[in-house]
Design a protein around this ligand. Structure first.
Ligand code: HEC
Ligand code: HEC
Ligand code: HEC
Ligand code: HEC
Ligand code: HEC
Ligand code: HEC
Length: 282
């Protein structure tokens, strides 16, 4: 009888330790894989030849007549449907200069940006208005958070590695993942239509200063997109910074490993001792 009484608490303790351990391991694994924002195909804007009139009418363009943006529909002599139209994506066919009439400033800003430059240089996939906005369903006055999360995925379609590093970085974690609107979304630093390259420190500093007014040139040494993907060989400074970051990461990795290894082996030895004691008693 006595022995049985003794056994129960020890078993319970052991069970508690084992379950605590498994919870800890599970928690670590979850931490490694869990990310609130994930770019999936189904979250990206889809287009089809079907125009959802309810959605169209409740959009910012809902009161504009079709012919305002599609003057060619009304032109006599143009066949509709036209096989040329049906065979190619409408974003490639549409003349986005038509947007200028109502959005002149945005249009002018776009023309000065890196995307327009890439388009002129005929780089594949350089975006025009239609790559970023689905013109039939645009909605004005959305919250900063909604716009921010939308653009993270939308820009991330083409700049996958920048999206990933942004989401791993302080600003992305705070702004996109946790919804802290004071932190920075892509366009706070790069601009939506101006689309600035921030490789030059002076340009980057101007962007940082919007929210870090006391920043000095050294402040821009902070690496926002910590990935070698797409970094050119001539960009020695960034590559060096990434190497240092890598070594720091490895250093911390070793420390964490040693600490965990010590405590796990300690626990294992402790369990063995308890088992040993228990066996001795029986
Ligand atoms: C604000 C301008 C605008 C208005 C208003 C507009 N469209 Fe469009 N439409 C576009 C643009 C731009 C495209 C090319 C795709 C894109 O960028 O979204 C397009 C594409 C289309 C397409 C090709 C399929 C597609 O979605 O890509 C159809 C069909 C179409 N529009 C029909 C209509 C009809 C019908 C109306 C009126 C109910 C209408 N549009 C009103 C700008 C407009
Ligand atoms: C006939 C005028 C007109 C034309 C042409 C037009 N728009 Fe608009 N657009 C508007 C109006 C009006 C609004 C609503 C503005 C508001 O509510 O502040 C708007 C709103 C928008 C918004 C949402 C703005 C926001 O506040 O988030 C986007 C994006 C947009 N338009 C893109 C386009 C694109 C792309 C084209 C070209 C295919 C285009 N527009 C052509 C009149 C026009
Ligand atoms: C690379 C993606 C991208 C392209 C290309 C782009 N936009 Fe935008 N646009 C955005 C984003 C992101 C926002 C909202 C967030 C912001 O303003 O920072 C926006 C906001 C807007 C707005 C409302 C806010 C404002 O500044 O008035 C309008 C109108 C607009 N876009 C029209 C256009 C037109 C017209 C074009 C083509 C000349 C265009 N956009 C091209 C990404 C883009
Ligand atoms: C449809 C694809 C596409 C989308 C969407 C897109 N971009 Fe781009 N972007 C490009 C291409 C293509 C280039 C030119 C790349 C090059 O020069 O190598 C470019 C260039 C850039 C550059 C300059 C890069 C350089 O090396 O000079 C920046 C910054 C940038 N994009 C930011 C953004 C932001 C911010 C958004 C969202 C608001 C966005 N892009 C959305 C395709 C895209
Ligand atoms: C806090 C400011 C900040 C935010 C937010 C940010 N970036 Fe950047 N980005 C930079 C800086 C600074 C550089 C230049 C240094 C470098 O290449 O790391 C850069 C570089 C880039 C480049 C290529 C190189 C170039 O010429 O500038 C692209 C493309 C880009 N960012 C896209 C994005 C996209 C897409 C997002 C959102 C998912 C984003 N950035 C969010 C600051 C930012
Ligand atoms: C839209 C606003 C915004 C922009 C633009 C912005 N940041 Fe930040 N950043 C924040 C906020 C908010 C924090 C949170 C810390 C705080 O409250 O000071 C932060 C934090 C940081 C931190 C963490 C250290 C700290 O101060 O607590 C660094 C480093 C940083 N930003 C660098 C940059 C760099 C470099 C740029 C320019 C390329 C930049 N930021 C652009 C809003 C911004």
């Amino acid at each position: 009888m006595n022995e049985l009484y003794l056994m129960i608490p020890i078993r319970k303790k052991k069970m508690m330790k084992v379950s605590f351990l498994s919870f800890f391991i599970l928690f670590c694994l979850l931490g490694l894989t869990f990310s609130p924002i994930q770019a999936t195909e189904k979250n990206l804007p889809q287009r089809s030849w079907f125009v959802d009139m309810t959605k169209f009418q409740s959009s910012s363009h809902g009161r504009i007549s079709c012919s305002e943006c599609h003057p060619d529909i009304e032109e006599k002599g143009v066949k509709h449907p036209n096989s040329n139209l049906l065979n190619r994506p409408s974003t490639l066919l549409y003349d986005y200069k038509r947007c200028e009439k109502c959005h002149p400033q945005v249009y002018q800003r776009y023309l000065k940006g890196e995307h327009a430059k890439a388009l002129v240089e005929r780089k594949k996939d350089a975006p025009t208005c239609g790559n970023c906005h689905v013109s039939h369903y645009v909605v004005s006055g959305q919250s900063r958070l909604v716009l921010g999360r939308w653009m993270t995925e939308m820009c991330g379609k083409c700049h996958l590695s920048e999206m990933r590093t942004y989401l791993e970085n302080y600003h992305g974690k705070a702004a996109a993942s946790l919804g802290h609107e004071a932190s920075a979304y892509c366009t706070d630093c790069h601009g939506a239509h101006t689309c600035l390259s921030l490789k030059k420190k002076e340009v980057a500093l101007e962007a940082c200063k919007k929210c870090h007014p006391n920043a000095q040139l050294r402040f821009t040494d902070y690496v926002i997109h910590a990935s070698k993907e797409g970094v050119k060989k001539e960009d020695v400074e960034k590559l060096n910074k990434l190497t240092i970051l890598r070594w720091i990461e490895i250093g911390f990795g070793i420390i964490v490993f040693v600490v965990l290894a010590f405590f796990y082996s300690h626990t294992l030895v402790w369990i063995l001792r308890k088992v040993h004691e228990w066996l001795k008693r029986n």
